[in-house]
Design a protein around this ligand. Structure first.
Ligand code: GLN
Length: 537
């Protein structure tokens, strides 16, 4: 087993997760089995209780773990199988250590950060190493070097690397080389200082991935090499990508990062063939068709809040050789200015998942607009509940219909709390989470898109369609095309007399990859493109 530790310096948001994932793509393409893991130094047990403003999207795994969005990159860029073991937070570490202490497991010792907290961290590296049976484990440490809360993690990986010995573990430091406009040049000082900080802790990076806006010239690379004590060829340029994050693996391959990693870890494997990946990029850069998709949400100003949704839309585009321009629509703008003004000209409308009342009526208006104007609609989780509320009010004729989440007093709670949720009092990790089976109805659009009758999809919700209304909805023309195998939970709805009106209670966006676009997104983009085409005719 070989270990790669990825740390970050200078500033956050450099794309450490992407770098780790892209390296994973390259190593996997050289025939290695790769596993990825993320350590997050915050004290939350998981990000499930954090607002998107704090943390961006919560990424859900098959086993129901609510994890950091970097795990989304790991799954999209590689075929690694992730579980709750792959995301460790300080909160989890301390919870375990404190539980052990209460159980008397430390046999009278003083419980300390070193060795008890650091041992717990190292245990997780070993556990993943064993269960994944991977050749290479890439562990990304969240946060930035110099953060107080990240220190136990850095100490733990320093000790770990020492234990497994040279040639078995390497450190990659993702750093920033800013372009200073006034001087007209790239500056290496922040990188030098960040590496100095790491070396103070006892970690000497083997490779520097230098994030920059402009190319690193030879002189700068020499300077970084000299001052940071890394060989010249280990100073890797990781420039901002022009078109898509999926270019990153190819960029790192051009910089020979995978060659270097294999050499440092004594991995004797042939070079990878990335031609399938190049074809993906070709479709992203020069697609045959183009379409505009509106995503109606309430965190539209945050790049990260709907990360997997945006990625899955792009994958749907790749499947159709169609470039997608994503318009981020603020739901409250639809309430203020009306659906026609805000949504006109879009090829399709997507309402993603969400919590809380703000913007709900705007989303209902968006669903109504899509249904009435025969505009392709894809609803995800809350987006399905919204479509049901709209259908109840305007087609079934249930005035004031709503979700119990937003109006507990409503006469028509078409969306209600799931039975098992009624006794839940704690917030963390208590929703209906993770992969659940779903049975599709023969002859439905959903079954046609999936080409299957039994599927598994990931969930994260407390509310569900209220079965008391099912017959009335069906009579009015809605098809419940996917349910839990016992038939009790509605999982997919669709409208047959519409070019594409599909919504799911689950989150298909978590299962989409650039090389395996999700069928619901593929169908959505195909329909959006088809209707734009028709209108042009
Ligand atoms: N708030 C809704 C629920 O809990 C939808 C959740 C979601 O969109 N993830 O059921």
């Amino acid at each position: 087993m070989k270990y790669i530790f990825v740390t970050g310096g200078v500033v956050s948001s450099l794309g450490k997760g992407l770098t780790a994932a892209a390296l994973g793509t390259l190593l996997e393409n050289r025939g290695l089995k790769v596993c990825l893991q993320k350590f997050d130094p915050y004290l939350n047990v998981d990000p499930g209780t954090m607002s998107p403003y704090q943390h961006g999207e919560v990424y859900v795994l098959d086993d129901g773990a609510e994890t950091d969005l970097d795990l989304g990159h790991y799954e999209r860029f590689t075929s690694t199988n992730l579980s709750r073991m792959n995301n460790l937070t300080s909160g989890q570490v301390y919870q375990t250590v404190l539980n052990n202490e209460r159980e008397g497991k430390y046999l009278g010792k003083t419980v300390q950060v070193i060795p008890h907290v650091t041992d717990e961290i190292q245990k997780r590296i070993l556990e993943i190493g064993e269960t994944s049976k991977a050749d290479v484990l890439i562990t990304e440490i969240g946060g930035t070097t110099g953060d107080i809360e990240g220190l136990p993690f850095l100490e733990a990986i320093r000790e770990f690397a020492l234990d497994v010995g040279m040639g078995n573990a390497i450190f990659i430091h993702v750093t920033y080389v800013p372009f200073i406009k006034a001087a007209g040049e790239l500056k290496t000082k922040p990188t030098q200082q960040s590496v100095a900080k790491l070396r103070e802790i006892g970690i000497a990076p083997h490779i520097l991935a230098c994030r920059c806006e402009k190319p690193l010239d030879k002189e700068l690379r020499q300077k970084i090499s000299l001052f940071c004590n890394v060989p010249y060829e280990a100073v890797i340029e990781e420039k901002d990508v022009d078109h898509s994050i999926y270019e990153v693996p190819l960029m790192l391959q051009r910089e020979r990062m995978d060659d270097l990693v294999c050499r440092l870890l004594h991995l004797d494997v042939p070079g990878g063939d990335m031609s399938h990946w190049q074809e993906i990029i070709r479709k992203l850069i020069a697609p045959q068709h183009r379409v505009r998709i509106g995503v109606v949400g309430k965190y539209v100003e945050l790049q990260d809040a709907y990360k997997s949704v945006y990625e899955a839309i792009i994958h749907g585009g790749i499947a159709n050789d169609c470039g997608v321009a994503i318009e981020q629509v603020e739901a409250e703008d639809i309430e203020k200015f009306g659906a026609e003004k805000v949504l006109k000209g879009l090829g399709g409308i997507l309402v993603p998942g969400g919590f809380g009342e703000r913007g709900i009526e705007g989303k209902v208006l968006a669903a109504q607009y899509a249904r009435e104007k025969k505009l392709p609609y894809l609803g995800l989780c809350l987006g399905m509940q919204i479509a049901c509320i709209e259908f109840a009010r305007h087609v079934v004729g249930l005035e004031g219909a709503h979700s119990f989440e937003f109006n507990p007093e409503t006469k028509h709670p078409v969306i209600a709390l799931m039975n098992e949720q009624k006794k839940v009092t704690k917030k963390g990790g208590t929703m209906r989470l993770g992969s659940q089976p779903c049975q599709l109805v023969v002859g439905s659009r959903a079954a046609q898109l999936y080409g299957a009758f039994l599927i598994n999809e990931r969930h994260r919700h407390r509310y569900e369609f209220n079965n008391a209304y099912r017959a009335r909805f069906e009579k009015a023309g809605m098809v419940f095309s996917g349910t839990s195998p016992d038939g009790l939970l509605v999982e997919i709805i669709e409208l047959p007399d519409h070019p594409y009106f599909i919504a799911s209670q689950f989150h298909p966006e978590f299962l989409s990859k650039p090389n395996h676009p999700h069928p619901l997104f593929k169908g959505f983009i195909a329909a959006a493109h088809a209707q734009i085409h028709q209108k042009n005719l």
